[in-house]
Design a protein. Structure first.
Length: 74
């Protein structure tokens, strides 16, 4: 099994110490596994896609523009 070393801000480390009953390494392990599962699912979907990079860039631009406009209405 591989190992990872994390750098945590002191305040976060202190807060974690207050919950010593939690196996933090297990929390991190599950979080990483969930993220990897999600990325692999996205890769599987993307492989089947017929969209080009240009298509994706255009969709992204439209989403950003609409989001910007929506946020500035408020």
């Amino acid at each position: 099994m591989g190992n990872i070393t994390l750098a945590l801000p002191e305040d976060l480390q202190e807060r974690m110490k207050k919950h010593s009953e939690i196996r933090w390494s297990e929390v991190v392990r599950k979080s990483i596994a969930n993220r990897i599962d999600m990325l692999e699912a996205m890769d599987k979907i993307a492989k089947k896609s017929k969209l080009t990079k240009k298509d994706v860039d255009e969709i992204s631009r439209k989403i950003k523009k609409e989001t910007f406009e929506e946020l500035n209405k408020k």
